[in-house]
Design a protein around this ligand. Structure first.
Ligand code: AMP
Length: 133
């Protein structure tokens, strides 16, 4: 399957690449939450986490760790959000797995727009039992 990221990985459309190897490519996000916001993209277009082989996913996380460290060193950020939007229901726009590495600054005022649910009595234990691996 071809995606905007397969074209970027192949060099068919321009991007600002900051790293590449045989499993992944890291680029700057064109629409950054903060400047330096990076995307660790698998070379093969696995659409979501469930379809991505574990060795590739593990490697991508290790590369995200290096990107995060470099952001701290060069940008002076204080933290980061490391996230994967996983399938369209989560807001994933590009159906090709990628890890966002978003630099964050103390008191930068950003908040994710999630709301929270509350468990009723006993419900948390039920969910825990159902989700136990
Ligand atoms: P997601 O919602 O997790 O699929 O995020 C896709 C991300 O890809 C968004 O943050 C976009 O800004 C970014 N993006 C889309 N097209 C490009 C591009 N050509 N170059 C760099 N980043 C891109």
């Amino acid at each position: 399957m071809e995606t905007v990221f397969t074209k970027i990985c192949a060099g068919e459309i321009p991007s600002t690449k900051i790293y590449e190897d045989d499993m992944c490519v890291v680029i700057l996000d064109i629409n950054p939450i903060h400047k330096g916001h990076s995307l660790v993209i698998s070379r093969n277009p696995y659409p979501s986490m469930g379809k991505c082989p574990e060795d590739v996913l593990s490697h991508m996380i290790c590369i995200a760790k290096k990107v995060e460290a470099k952001q701290r060193e060069v940008l002076g950020c204080d933290g980061s959000n490391i996230l994967i939007n996983n399938d369209p229901a989560s807001g994933q726009e590009v159906p090709h797995i990628h890890i966002h590495v978003i630099p964050r600054y103390q008191n930068d005022g950003l908040k994710f727009g999630f709301t929270h649910e509350k468990y009723t009595d006993g419900q948390m234990a039920d969910f825990g039992a159902k989700l136990h691996l």
